[in-house]
Design a protein around this ligand. Structure first.
Ligand SMILES: [Zn+2]
Length: 113
């Protein structure tokens, strides 16, 4: 354990007191620890995240990467484009396999990231 000294504005101090009193028996150190852990989980880890999708007209039977529905030749699926970033679902390496999403799954994934 180590004592840290940092500066907070009045509104943040009030919020910290409120959270500490409501959930941590008034223990501000525990409240700060929980807040930092929650932030770390939210920010996730460094890796490859989906930046967007490029439409692809498939020329043979193809499967959606997420929902595994099958789509025939001539249908439009969406290939993800990756960038470096932080997210709870960030990939450590770029995927090597064919990765196509149907429009439903691509829209959900685009909303999440
Ligand atoms: Zn799908």
């Amino acid at each position: 354990m180590k004592r840290l000294n940092f500066t907070l504005d009045e509104a943040t101090i009030q919020l910290l007191n409120q959270i500490a009193n409501q959930y941590y028996y008034g223990n501000k150190s525990q409240a700060v620890r929980a807040a930092v852990e929650s932030l770390a989980a939210h920010l996730g880890h460094e890796g490859w995240v989906v930046a967007g999708f490029v439409p692809v007209s498939v020329d043979s039977d193809s499967e959606c990467h997420t929902c595994h529905r099958h789509f025939g030749a001539g249908e439009t699926l969406y290939r993800p484009v990756f960038r470096k970033g932080r997210a709870h679902n960030a990939l450590q390496q770029l995927p090597r396999e064919q990765w196509l999403e149907c429009s439903d799954c691509a829209q959900i994934l685009a909303t999440e990231s």
